[in-house]
Design a protein around this ligand. Structure first.
Ligand SMILES: Nc1ncnc2c1ncn2[C@@H]1O[C@H](COP(=O)(O)OP(=O)(O)OP(=O)(O)O)[C@@H](O)[C@H]1O
Length: 615
């Protein structure tokens, strides 16, 4: 877990704080802080620990395998260079075929092993990327789905996260690629640098190479301080990509409504606007990247220039030594120093990749921190409820105890919808909730479901689909078979499902045509998007079939029959009540009053007023 204690005071304050920071990041105010600092290393450490929890884990083994291959490649290169130079020098200097043939086979052997090791390296890098992505994505899925965090972050915008889907789908992938690249490509220059420094020190002592590095660190440091930072740019572009993808996702989700309104032309503007935001930023960043590229190239070439000064000057001052001696010792020194300097510059240039990684690390740590905080708050709320004796025991009635419900306002305050409601709904006490549009009927149910926290008071309800089930106006339909729709959230692939029971429920819901063979539909019929192939009324009937199948103690119906004609609507209610289910309904039609024993009339007066009537 990320250690948030030092930074945040309370769960709610923490969520708000993360939210503020994230929103600022979206506007580019906080972008200065995204970089390779202490926070970055902590966050990177956390993400890597999630992906590779132990050395023996699959990811740990892959890192080990790649490390072995990297060492093998370096040793092979060093050895091959030495042997090849030796044989070739001998062969050419003495025109010896024997040495030339030895060189030929040596070189061939080195090439073959190089091919094997390099392919192995490429393969392990891909596997590390895949492993890293899969582990982080699974962790994100788990945290996103527990305690309804997906609702809190995506709908209520707790934590102020933008485009959670983009972060999970694209940013984790980019992070995984960048991390695997850095792991595979930083080892070579670091090892080469260490080896060449050891070699150079043997011949020249440490003072000259170290003086060379000190000068390079200073110059590179100055260049880095004037070059733009890549991390914030990467984070900003990822956020805009997410926004652009979201506009396309909305278009698909509302395709029919848009087509009926002939909104294509207007939608082009909306889509293009998303693209323009991205393109304008990318153009600006491309310009910034030129500055970065200039700094990197100067950094690279200054290594040669400054390195040469350190190599040349001492020889320029040795006028007394013979020409041949000076040239041969100059050549040996030059080669060692330049190899050393080159490897060192390469190490310094890895900073560019680290900068980019910092951008993705920042976005992912925002994601994990926010989800972590949301879960922490949910645990605290549960503990509070349990200590107040209001835990969600199976079989308990629904009880509102001095509950005040508020709608969240943009400034963080709450607009009161229902004030100090005390009401118990025992088994058989069917409750009807009525009131004008926007008075807070659905909001009260959200509080009952635990999606919204009450402003004050406590709510007790039983838990589990066998105890309580919600049926909204647009029931959720998943990708899968007709059977899957009815048994959801049970899984027909892993749980024993009796098809005869599923069919019976569909028939009770007035969908006999789907199971009696009169249509080309059966329990195994699959659709990627059932919403597109069912009518509004059929969708609501599937919702009822689901209720009949699970036969919960309480059914919470939010305008669940709005698309069904009044005669049929009564039949659906009758069947539900016959299954011993107690209903809590929001409904506008008077015909449904007869199925209820209590009515909660919410006034919608802005002060949270309500009345409870016996029907
Ligand atoms: N996610 C949200 N964020 C902020 N305000 C919200 C949110 N959802 C609903 N509201 C506001 O809360 C108030 C109550 O909404 P609610 O959905 O409970 O109304 P309702 O009584 O069910 O209305 P209707 O009969 O039209 O369905 C409305 O003013 C609405 O704008």
């Amino acid at each position: 877990m990320l250690d948030l204690k030092s930074k945040e005071t309370s769960g709610a304050a923490a969520t708000a704080a993360v939210g503020r920071k994230t929103r600022d990041a979206g506007r580019g105010k906080r972008t200065r802080e995204i970089g390779v600092g202490k926070d970055f290393w902590n966050e990177l450490g956390y993400l890597l620990k999630v992906a590779f929890p132990t050395a023996g884990s699959r990811g740990g083994q892959l890192l080990g395998a790649q490390f072995t291959l990297l060492v093998m490649r370096t040793l092979l290169t060093v050895r091959a260079n030495k042997v090849n130079t030796f044989y070739l020098t001998k062969a050419i200097s003495s025109a010896s075929w024997k040495f030339w043939v030895r060189w030929f086979f040596n070189f061939g052997g080195w090439m073959a092993s190089g091919v094997v090791v390099n392919s192995g390296l490429r393969y392990t890098e891909s596997l590390i990327t895949i492993e890293l992505r899969a582990a982080l994505t699974k962790k994100a899925h788990k945290m996103y789905m527990e305690n309804n965090n997906f609702y809190k972050t995506a709908v209520l915008r707790q934590g102020g996260l933008d485009n959670v889907d983009q972060r999970i789908v694209a940013d984790i992938d980019a992070f995984a690629k960048e991390t695997a690249f850095l792991y595979g490509h930083s080892f070579k220059p670091i090892l080469e640098f260490t080896l060449s420094l050891t070699e150079a020190a043997k011949e020249l002592g440490y003072s000259r190479p170290l003086a060379l590095f000190a000068s390079q660190i200073i110059i590179t440091g100055v260049l880095r301080s004037i070059a733009p930072r890549l991390g914030p740019m990467v984070a900003r572009e990822a956020a805009l990509e997410g926004g652009f993808r979201h506009t396309h996702a909305r278009l698909i989700a509302h395709a029919e409504e848009i087509a009926l309104l002939d909104g294509g032309k207007r939608e082009i503007e909306i889509l293009d606007e998303g693209l323009d935001n991205l393109v304008v930023t990318q153009r600006w960043h491309a310009l910034q990247r030129i500055r970065k590229s200039v700094a990197d190239n100067v950094s690279k070439f200054q290594g040669l220039l400054v390195g040469s000064i350190f190599v040349h000057v001492p020889f320029m001052m040795k006028a007394s030594v013979s020409e041949g001696e000076r040239i041969s010792s100059f050549r040996a020194t030059e080669e060692l120093m330049l190899r050393c300097g080159g490897a060192f510059t390469e190490v310094l240039l890895l900073g560019k990749n680290l900068d980019e990684l910092a951008g993705y690390t920042h976005r992912l740590s925002q994601l994990f921190k926010t989800l972590d905080l949301a879960s922490k708050e949910a645990r605290e709320d549960k503990a509070k409820l349990a200590s107040a004796g209001a835990d969600h025991a199976e079989g308990s009635p629904i009880v509102f105890d001095k509950v005040t419900v508020g709608a969240p306002e943009p400034d963080g305050s709450q607009r009161v919808l229902v004030k100090d409601l005390t009401l118990a709904v025992a088994s058989g006490q069917h409750l009807l909730i009525t009131g004008p549009n926007g008075c807070g009927k659905t909001s009260l149910l959200r509080v009952l479901a635990g999606l919204w926290a009450p402003v004050s008071g406590t709510v007790t309800r039983p838990s589990g689909v066998s105890s309580i089930m919600w049926l909204p106006q647009r029931p959720y339909l998943l990708q899968g078979s007709l059977r899957d729709q009815v048994v959801y959230p049970r899984d027909a692939r892993t749980e024993k499902i009796v098809d005869a029971r599923v069919k019976e429920c569909l028939m009770m819901a007035g969908l006999a045509k789907f199971v009696d063979g009169s249509m080309n539909v059966g329990l195994n019929t699959r659709h990627l998007e059932w919403n597109d192939v069912l009518s509004g009324g059929e969708r609501q009937r599937i919702g009822f079939a689901r209720l009949y199948y699970h036969a919960p103690k309480f059914a919470i119906l939010d305008e669940a029959t709005s698309a069904i004609n009044p005669d049929e609507e009564s039949k659906l209610y009758e069947r539900l009540i016959e299954t011993d289910t107690t209903v809590v309904s929001i409904a506008h039609r008077l015909e449904l009053r007869k199925f209820h024993k209590l009515e909660l009339k919410i006034a919608g007066d802005g002060e949270g007023g309500f009345r409870i009537l016996k029907l």
